[in-house]
Design a protein. Sequence first.
Length: 371
Amino acid sequence: MPSLATQPIATPPAVPLAQASEPGAPEAKQLSLADAVAAFLKNIEPPQREPKTYDEYRLVLHKFQAHCPKKILAEINRDDLLEFMRHLYSIGNEPYTIRNRIAIVEQVLKLNGITGLLHKRDKPVPVRTIREMYQPEDMEALFKACDPDERVRYMFFLLSGERDKEVRHSSWSDIDFNGQCVRVTAKKQLRFKPKDKEEREIPVPQPLMQLLRLYKARQSGENPHNLVFPTDKGKTDKKFENKLKRLAWRSGLNCGHCKSKYGNRCAEGPHCSKWGLHKFRHTFATASLESNVSIRTLQEWMGHSDIETTMIYLKFVKRKDIAQIIDRGQLGQLAAQFVPAELPTTAPCPDNRPLTPPSSQEATVAGFSSP
């Protein structure tokens, strides 16, 4: 009898993505768009992809299938993709969303040997928006309005920098009270995997550890998965952001001016765009860099696979003395010459610093003489 080491290893049969990979082959010419989409979706069904990702792929491909006049995959051309992009614009999709959705369609085409239909200039270039962060006065007002359980929940978001789904699946085994850190780990029983499939550890301040100890002591009710923030029935809570918006609304913290993409006005209910969970993450990242945490260390804490994603936050790091440097610079001193003399020196600026005209010494150093 041959040893196990010499026995051939059987390999499972591969699941074909489509009927052919060469666009010139006869079967590729006859492959329908519907069959190509079905084969593609079959191969990315969960757990191959996250359920949320799969749902997005299915939605986009079925939209394209319904909108595209071509039924044979090989007949699809650049005009069909451009027309689909125009359709996405017409239903209110933003450039960033359109770019991602057209990339999904291109994946199906590429797996069947069809490439290069779109030029680089055809794809929308999204505007890189400023990462919104909470100001100290926002956070102070929010945490004062919280009850004890709400306070520890949103303090956890702020001081760990974790994503919504990561906080949702945090268990007490992820909290290291002795090491003063929290971890993001996979939970097979809940079908949760960290983004980019990498577990990580994040150090947190001692006050958060103390709040978590008190919170754990008063926690009660069903909790079969030992979650830190379960629902009343012991399940993962998918409504953290809705609860945050309701908290802001009942506490009078809405900005009163914005309107949601569904037309809901924040002046009329819990719909204020000023309050969102991911904003805690942006605030954590920027505050860490301002506290001289290295970009590589922050990358690990944030769970970014690409350091370029982390480096985006460098744009928003402010030197603590930047306002004074600007005020004392030549342009700041030039503008200060035209501040009315009768303006009360106690008039507050947006950052609560008193507005004062420059001293003669400051003006001379800057290269201008004071009036």
